[in-house]
Design a protein around this ligand. Sequence first.
Ligand code: ADP
Ligand code: MG
Length: 674
Amino acid sequence: MELSTPVTKLPLVGPTYARRLEKLGIEKLEDLLYHIPHRYLDYRIVSTIESVQIGETVTIQGNVDSIKNIYTKFGKKIQLAEISDVTGSMQSVWFNQPYLVKNIRKGERYSFSGKAELFDRKMSLMSPEYENIENNQNTVHTARLVPIYPETARLSSKWIRGKIAAVFNTLINEIKEYLPDEILTKSNFPTISESLKYVHYPNELEEAERGRERLAFDELLFYQLKSLYRKNDWQKIKSIYSLKVDKKILEEFKKGLSFTLTVSQERSIQEILTDINKDYPMNRLLEGDVGSGKTIVAAAGSFAAFINGFQSVFMAPTQILAQQHFNTLKNIFDLYKVRVSLVTSEGIKADLGKSDIFVGTHALIHKKLDFDNVALVVIDEQHRFGVEQRAHLVKKTGKGRRSPHILTMTATPIPRTVSLTVYGDLDLSTLDELPEGRKPITTWLVPPEKREGAYGWIREQIQSKKIQAFIICPLIEESQIETMKQIKAATVEYEKLKKVFRPFNVGLLHGRQSAKLKNEVLDAFKKGKVDILVSTPVVEVGIDVANATIMIIEAAERFGLAQLHQLRGRIGRGEKKSYCLLFTESKSQNVQSRLNALKENKSGFELAELDLKLRGPGEMFGTKQHGFPELRIAHWSDTRLIQKARNAAKEAIENPQNFPKLIKKIEPHDIAPN
Ligand code: ADP
Ligand code: MG
C-alpha cells in the first residue's frame, strides 16, 4: 500500500465507490489523506451511564443487552437498544434505520456518542453514532473529536473516516517533509505528517486548526509557485514583434475619438504600450467593470500593431459581442483605412484582400486564416474560454517559440487574494472608474408581494419615458455554458411576461437561438422595437443599449454580488436615470444584507471582496462562473495566509537551492495555466 495506490485497491471499494470518491477528487490513497474535515463533533466526554445528564452530548460504552425494531401507530420504524455498564443501563433510539438491528450485535461491547434526551419518559441517547469495541480497539466514530468531511451523495463521513483509519498509520510514514525548517519555525507550523495527524485525529480543536492552517498554506504555496513558474517560463519566450508607437501618432489617434479617455484608460494604454515594446511578449489582464471602456484600450493596442505594419486578432465569446466589436473597431479605425474582418462560424466577412484586424468568435481558432504577421492577440471575457482554446489561438498566431503579445480582458472583478494566488503570472491593468456622465443606478430589493406593483411601475415607465427594460431569468444551475434547463426556464418566463406586459413588445434572448435570430432580437431591442428583453443570465454580458434603463433580476439571491453588479452594468449607460430591481423571495437576514450592499455605490472589486467575506467557503456560488479555481483547504478570504504563502513562493523561486524538496514536487505539467 502506497500513496499512489488507487483507492480501488481498498477492500470493498469497487467502481461505484470509486466514482463517488472521484466526485470528491479522491483517486489515490494520498488523496484520501488530503481529504480534510471541515468541522468536528465533540464526543470526547465519556461518561458512565449513571451520570449521564439530560441535554448532554456524551459517549457511553457498554454492553448491548437487546436491540429491536418497533412500529409506531403511524407506520414508522423505531430502533431501540438497551445498553448497560457496571453503573446502570439506558436506552438508545434511532428512527427509520431498521438495518441497525442486524448491524449492532447483541451481547457485544459498543461505544455510543450522541445527545441524551428523554424519550418515552426514559433517559435515551438519540440517534447516536456507534461502533463495536468488543476487542478494545481504538474508537474512530465516537469518544473523540470526530471529523466531518466534505461528503457527496451516498458517501458519508462515517464511511470516509473508516477508510482513512484503515490506511492512515501505514501511509503517514510515507509522507516526507518538503518545507525547510526555517519556514516551519518562522510560522510555527507543524510538520506535514503532524498536520495530517492533527486534522484527522486532533486532541484539541486548536490542534486541528494548526494542522489545517499548515495544509492550507501548502495549497496556496503550490498555486503561487506554479504561477510564478509560468511567469518565468513566459519571459523566456521571445515576442514575434516588438512594437513602438510615436507619441504624435498616438495623440492623433486619441483626438480622433468621440470622447476623452478616462485616467485609468490612459494608464492602461500606457502599460500596454510599454509591454509590447519589450522583446518578450506581453501577458496582461485588463480588468474593468462592464462599461468601463475596455474595448478602446484594446483597440489602442491594435492601433499600435497596425501602425507597425502588423495584424491583430480580437476574440470574443459570442457572435453578438464579436459583431459589436467589429462595428466599434470599424468606426474607430475608419480614418486610418484599417481593414477589419469578422470571423464567425457563419463565415468570414472581410474587406477585399488582406486583413489588419480579425475580430471573431472561437471560429478564429478553427478557420483557416492568414495569420501571417499577428503581433497582438486580444481575448475578451477571457473566463468564457477554456484554457485550451486560449492556448490554441496563441499557438496558431505564434511562430515556434515566439509568441504575439497577449491581452486578456475580463469584467469579472477578481479579488486581490485570488489574483495574487492564481493569476500571479499575469500583469494586471485595472479600469477602476467609469467614463464620465454615467449616472448611478438606483437599486431596490423587491419582495414577492410587490411584484405586481413593480410590473405596473415598469409599464408606466415604458409608456411615459419611452425607455426599455431587461428581465434576467433566475440562475438555475451553475455552469459556464447555458444549460437546456436554463433555456426552458427563460422560454416559460417569456411566454408569461408577454401576457403580463401586453400590448408592449417582449423579446427573448438565449444562447441556443441561431445567430440570425439573436441578431434580429438584439437589433430590434437596439432600435426600440422591443420594449422588454427577457434573457438568460449567462448570455451577452457586453451588450450596449443606452435606452434600456430598467433591469429586473429574478431570484437575485442565487447570484454572487459581483455577478449581479456585472449584469446591472448593462443599464445606466445613457442620459436617463436607471433602476435595477432585485426580485427575491428569500427573507433570510444574510441574503437581505448581502443584496443590500448593491444599493450602495460600490465598485465591482469591493463587491467581489465582500462576496468572499459574506459567503462561507464551499458555498461560493458563482466561483465556477468566474473561473476561479476552488480551494480545497484554504479560504479565499484568508488574506494573511495568502500573503505568507506568496512570500514563501517568491523566496523559493529566487533561492531554489534552499528549497530542494519543494521544487522537486512541482512537475512541469503542473505549471500549465489554471
Ligand atoms: P466594456 O467592454 O469595458 O464593458 P466598452 O468598451 O464596451 O465597455 O465601452 C462601453 C461604452 O462606453 C461604449 O459605448 C464606449 O464607446 C463608451 N466609452 C468608452 N470609453 C469612454 C470614455 N472615456 N468616455 C465616454 N465614453 C466611453
Ligand atoms: Mg466589453
